[in-house]
Design a protein around this ligand. Structure first.
Ligand code: IMP
Ligand code: MG
Length: 187
C-alpha cells in the first residue's frame, strides 16, 4: 500500500514511517535477545492493536521464545479511556515461573497495562517486562508504571496504523499517522 491509498486520506499527517518502525523493531529485537540470553521468555501479544508489532518483533528475537495472546477491552469506539478493563480472551498457557514480556501497541494513561501487570504477577511469573511500540508519556495517569522497552515516544495525538485502530479501522496502514480530528468528531 502506498501513500496515495484511500486510507491515507483520513490522516492529518504521517508520524512514523514504516522504515523508521522497521529499524526500531529490529533494534528492540536485538536488545531483548541480549537481555534474555540463556532464557526462554514467553511473549504475550495484547490483541488486537499489538498484533502487527508483535509478529515483526518476535522474528527479530534470537531466543527459544514462546508466544501467547490476550485480549482486553479498553476503548470501545471512543478516543478516550474509560478506566474499565475487561479480559475478553485469556492466555492459553500458565505463566508460573516464566519470564514474561507483555507486548502492547501504545501506553496512554497506563491504566490498562497497570491492571494487566497486576493480574499477571498474581499468576506467579518469574519476571515481567513491558514492551510498547508507542508511549504517550504526557498522558500518563499511573506515574509508577514502568515501561521497560519503548520504540517511540509520541505527542498527545490520536494515532492509527501498524495495528492501531479507530473504530476497528486503519490497522492495515503500513505507517503510523495522526488521524484527522474531522474523522472522530463527525456526528
Ligand atoms: P491506556 O489504558 O489509557 O494506557 O490505554 C491504552 C490503550 O488505549 C491502548 O492499548 C490502545 O488500544 C488505546 N489507545 C490509546 N491511545 C491510542 C491512540 O492514539 N490510537 C489508538 N488507540 C489508542
Ligand atoms: Mg491496545
Amino acid at each position: 500500500m502506498n501513500r496515495d491509498s484511500i486510507l491515507y486520506q483520513d490522516l492529518e499527517r504521517v508520524l512514523v514511517t514504516k522504515e523508521e518502525i522497521e529499524e526500531k523493531v529490529r533494534a528492540l529485537g536485538r536488545q531483548i535477545t541480549e537481555d534474555y540470553r540463556g532464557k526462554a521468555p514467553v511473549l504475550i501479544c495484547i490483541l488486537k492493536g499489538a498484533c502487527t508489532f508483535f509478529t515483526d518483533l518476535i522474528r527479530e528475537i534470537d531466543l527459544p521464545l514462546s508466544v501467547d495472546f490476550m485480549a482486553i477491552s479498553s476503548y470501545g469506539s471512543a478516543t478516550k479511556t474509560t478506566g474499565v478493563v475487561r479480559v475478553l480472551k485469556d492466555l492459553d498457557q500458565s505463566i508460573l515461573d516464566r519470564d514474561v514480556i507483555v507486548v502492547e501497541d501504545i501506553v496512554d494513561t497506563g491504566i490498562t497495562l497497570n491492571y494487566l501487570r497486576q493480574i499477571l504477577l498474581q499468576r506467579g511469573a518469574a519476571s515481567l517486562r513491558i514492551a510498547s511500540l508507542l508511549d504517550k508519556t504526557a498522558r500518563r495517569k499511573v506515574p509508577d508504571l514502568k515501561v521497560d522497552y519503548v520504540c517511540f515516544d509520541i505527542p498527545d495525538a490520536f494515532v492509527v496504523g501498524y495495528g492501531l485502530d479507530f473504530d476497528q479501522k486503519y490497522r492495515n496502514l503500513p505507517d503510523i499517522g495522526v488521524l484527522s480530528p474531522a474523522i472522530y468528531t463527525k456526528p
